[in-house]
Design a protein around this ligand. Structure first.
Ligand SMILES: Cc1cc2nc3c(=O)[nH]c(=O)nc-3n(C[C@H](O)[C@H](O)[C@H](O)COP(=O)(O)O)c2cc1C
Length: 200
């Protein structure tokens, strides 16, 4: 089983830290994990040239090539984003938009994969849920099965209050509770799907 974590922060700070912790937890459960960060990477905006529809691949040969190959083999996907202006970071959104080429190149590219989201804001209520809604909408659009953490502490997924720095996020015990709940649902669904597939 393979889980790919995408970090949508251009810094090696709170988002990077929390996502790496989540992937560490999964590795302890025997799950293979891969980490990709947008930090220092070249990810062009989708320019809607429709080259991908005609040629089954994106016109740009930038760092998205690595993302495509990681996502192709993933059973589970975790998008972790800092909240920028009440939504996902522009880097996260650019990466999502470029996934149009993955679907254009390979029908059902994302089908039967499982997705969860982590959103981290500098403010306690700064748009984390709105950012998670964007991530979940991306999953639904691409036939990725979205999971949340559910009622009583997690709702749409994992949400963190960072106070704009790494030390702040480390103190956010509620955030880690929401992460734990979301990851439990995520791994349960991944394992259930694997059992179903093995029973085929
Ligand atoms: C351009 C920009 C916009 C931001 N907008 C918000 C916001 O709407 N709500 C919020 O809570 N924090 C906002 N922040 C703060 C970041 O979400 C916060 O510092 C977060 O921890 C950054 O993640 P990182 O440490 O992984 O880079 C913004 C930061 C930047 C740079």
């Amino acid at each position: 089983m393979i889980v790919v974590g995408i970090c949508g922060s251009p810094r090696e700070q709170a988002t990077d830290y929390v996502l790496k912790l989540a992937l560490d937890e999964l590795r302890k459960q025997g799950i293979e994990t891969h980490f990709f960060t947008v930090k220092g990477k070249k990810i062009n905006f989708c320019i809607h040239c429709d080259y991908c529809i005609q040629h089954k691949e994106c016109v740009f040969k930038d760092d998205m090539q690595e993302v495509y190959s990681l996502l192709r083999k993933a059973n589970g996907i975790i998008f972790a984003t800092p909240v920028y202006n009440g939504g996902v970071s522009a880097q996260t959104k650019a990466l999502m938009d470029r996934c149009r080429a993955a679907e254009a190149g390979e029908k059902n590219f994302f089908e039967n994969k499982v997705g969860m989201g982590i959103a981290l804001g500098g403010d306690r209520i700064g748009g984390q849920e709105a950012a998670l809604s964007q991530i979940i909408t991306f999953y639904i659009l691409n036939a990725i099965l979205p999971v949340s953490g559910g009622y009583f502490g997690s709702n749409l997924g994992a949400t963190f209050w960072t106070k704009d720095n790494l030390e702040g996020v480390k103190q956010d015990t509620e955030g880690f509770r929401s992460l734990k709940k979301t990851m439990k649902k995520f791994t349960n669904l991944l394992k259930n799907l694997q059992e179903l597939n093995n029973g085929k």
